[in-house]
Design a protein around this ligand. Sequence first.
Ligand SMILES: Nc1ncnc2c1ncn2[C@@H]1O[C@H](COP(=O)(O)OP(=O)(O)OP(=O)(O)O)[C@@H](O)[C@H]1O
Length: 257
Amino acid sequence: MIRIDRLEYRPILSEICAELDPGQVVGLVGPNGAGKTTLLRAMAGLLRPTQGAVHVLGEPIHAREPRWRARRVAYLPQFLPEEIPFAVREFVEMGRYSHHPSGALDASDRRHVNEALDAMGLVQLQDVPLAHLSGGERQRAAIARCLAQGAPILLLDEPIASLDIHYQLDILQRLRSFAADGRLVVIAIHHLELAMSYCDRTLCLDGGRLAADGPPERVFTPELLQRVFRVDARPFRDPHTGALRLSFSAALPSIPE
Ligand SMILES: Nc1ncnc2c1ncn2[C@@H]1O[C@H](COP(=O)(O)OP(=O)(O)OP(=O)(O)O)[C@@H](O)[C@H]1O
């Protein structure tokens, strides 16, 4: 579904190769500045690679027009602009504009918008201006806009960053069910234990390179946690749930730049 072919975006990303298949939640992990946002933007077709390419459904995505991209890929940026002069519903409706550029929405568009508002718990807030929402509510509105788009690929940059624990788990569960329906979901995520629980596969970036790629239980070794994340930590199985967890003991001294 997405093929990343020796992708370079100098000087930030080097030699990234991966094939991402539908039906999976893929977690992009790595320390601050590792290149997660840049890689997601390249996958969304928003950057022109210096070398290599990202193919989405067989096409080099950066070369396709915005409307083609928007029907296949929904991209959630890490940060929304401060001033968005719309109410929640109007903002979510924009997710349908790639289907109807004139803005005249039909019954099917309205159904997508209603489902997205419902999924994100925003029905009561649909007429409220975005400027009046809390950070987490704005984040939910931005995710709802992506869902309304109805694209088979979701690329979400830190979708749970400002959410309370209920919505963190709720959204990760929903992303799992979208993947079970055959979509490809790629998320940048800093919460390593949640990445372990909810991702089928994790790509770990370090300094713009792929440091590890595989199922979380193979990626999160004590050695990788030390070398890449600069923490002393050990994976263990939760005796109650059997889920993989991390026991953190200390931050290691940073490597001088
Ligand atoms: N437009 C830009 N021009 C130059 N350097 C940039 C640009 N955008 C990002 N960078 C640099 O590229 C590196 C990777 O940034 P990126 O935002 O992709 O990292 P990240 O892994 O998403 O980080 P975080 O976890 O802090 O959000 C950083 O060192 C950043 O300073």
